[in-house]
Design a protein around this ligand. Structure first.
Ligand SMILES: [Zn+2]
Length: 321
């Protein structure tokens, strides 16, 4: 069912040449904290269409590093749903939970270069000092054991270009913040693992929800710190239940239906600004083929959020915010 289980040799070859740009590789990286709902379908579909319209590969990575949030069985349920929706991925699914050694190696190198320090501040302390971390512990030489580890921010990113949102400006406090790369509970932080993974998987294009615009600045700074080539970023509108609140298990976004994928897939295309023809599509494969041939990134809506109200299994209402 999956189009490829091995790394494409032509990809390796192009990479070895050095001067050629890397072939397009996109990815969808869900957290297996529950089944896919409409919001995650939109994110998966946008990255899939962008990859396929550019004749690229589309990879799936399970972001299961935050083990307390992982729901047993959710990763398999997500893969089953992607298949049911015709969103077949290339290569093997990567699981962050199996890559601790890789993350530890990168963290060790950052520690060795004295780019990391331990922080004992609680969330309450940080809030009392204004809400953003003011790099309070940078010169304090706290013990690493049992404390959060922060990266010394040497490459603050104040703005970057987004494929859909245009020039994105980042507030100074966020850009300059020494953010956490290893949590107090011993887990690697999202910002670290996502950059290591995108580099190691040779991802060239990231298409995802606009709730990750500010984290992108941090990730871009880490790409620089680690001397990695950063991918190209495109942030599509986030599907929200109410302004500021993305569709999620918490606000009762239902799991999408594996047995009847067409209505939700049509709705996800409409969310992304497609005007579908009157003609009826018999299956998801035909519909996706049509969508790939009509995909144009410049015609996607560039709102940060679109409110979704599901009226029935077949009827969705969208309000751009
Ligand atoms: Zn601190």
């Amino acid at each position: 069912m999956h189009t490829s289980q091995v790394r494409h040799p032509e990809h390796q070859q192009l990479h070895a040449l050095g001067s050629s740009p890397l072939p397009y590789r996109g990815r969808f990286a869900p957290s297996p904290s529950g089944p896919l709902h409409f919001g995650s379908l939109v994110a998966a579909l946008a990255s899939y269409l962008d990859a396929k319209a550019n004749h690229g590969q589309w990879l799936v990575r399970m972001e299961d590093i935050d083990t307390p949030r992982v729901v047993p069985g959710a990763a398999d349920a997500i893969l089953t749903t992607l298949d049911a929706y015709g969103l077949h991925w290339d290569g093997q699914v990567v699981y962050q939970s199996q890559r601790h050694d890789l993350y530890q190696d990168v963290l060790d190198s950052l520690v060795k270069e004295q780019n990391v320090y331990a922080c004992i501040c609680t969330r309450k302390h940080i809030k009392a000092r204004g809400g953003y971390y003011d790099n309070h512990c940078r010169a304090k030489n706290h013990h690493f054991d049992g404390n959060a580890l922060r990266l010394k921010q040497r490459f603050p990113i104040f703005e970057f270009h987004d494929g859909l949102q245009g020039q994105v400006h980042i507030p100074n406090d966020i850009a300059r913040e020494d953010y956490i790369v290893k949590r107090r509970d011993g887990l690697f932080a999202y910002q670290l693992v996502v950059v290591v993974d995108d580099h190691q998987q040779e991802i060239t294009h990231i298409v995802r929800g606009a709730d990750l615009l500010e984290p992108t600045a941090r990730q871009l700074s880490l790409f620089k710190q680690l001397n990695y080539t950063a991918p190209h970023f495109t942030h599509v509108p986030l599907a929200v239940a109410t302004p500021g609140f993305k569709l999620s298990k918490q606000n009762h976004a239902p799991a999408i239906d594996n047995s009847k994928p067409l209505p939700a897939l049509v709705a996800a295309l409409e969310f992304l600004g497609f005007t579908l023809p009157q003609a009826h599509f018999d299956d998801v494969e035909t519909l996706l083929k049509w969508a790939i041939s009509h995909y144009d990134v410049t015609r996607l809506p560039n709102n940060k959020e679109i409110q979704v109200v599901q009226k029935s299994t077949e009827r969705y209402e969208f309000t751009p915010l």
